[in-house]
Design a binder for this molecule. Sequence first.
Ligand code: COA
Length: 143
Amino acid sequence: MFSDYFAINLGDFNQEFFESLDGSRHITSPTMATEKYYHTVYVEGENAGIVGFIPVEGAPYTGFVQIVLAPAYRGKGLVGKIYDRMIEIHGLKTLYATIDRTNTTSIHAHDKIGFKMLPEAELNDLRNQGLLAPYEIRMKRVA
Ligand SMILES: CC(C)(COP(=O)(O)OP(=O)(O)OC[C@H]1O[C@@H](n2cnc3c(N)ncnc32)[C@H](O)[C@@H]1OP(=O)(O)O)[C@@H](O)C(=O)NCCC(=O)NCCS
């Protein structure tokens, strides 16, 4: 499989490359959070996307993850490998992904690598507290 043979590395975040990516609107601008860890993803040395996380306050080793891949690198099962590199580098244990309900590709990609949708009651609680928008869902994976 593509992802088994190609070297995946994470480097410094590149804002210009991020803004050039088709699909970057799907993720919160990494510049908005105060504490955040974002990287450029390199596949075989080529810029392939952006991955990062915002730590969850009061929950060690836990982060809200976000990823955008350049179109040429989609559909190759790279998402899990890229998260694994980030988990390794930052010692993450629990990952959350907040995804637009209509972004079925991303929901499927996360489901495939072990993310589970939070129960509907929990999603509704978060929405009632204003912590999740009505058009979003949240998934969780324990690394
Ligand atoms: C989300 C994203 C990172 C996923 O990467 P990817 O390489 O496409 O993901 P994968 O190939 O591992 O998995 C995608 C899966 O969704 C499936 N899929 C593709 N289009 C789909 C659709 N419209 N509805 C449902 N599933 C879909 C694919 O067939 C694949 O599943 P399969 O391997 O079982 O066939 C990438 O599409 C992307 O960068 N999108 C733009 C930015 C974005 O939305 N980021 C996520 C923000 S939370």
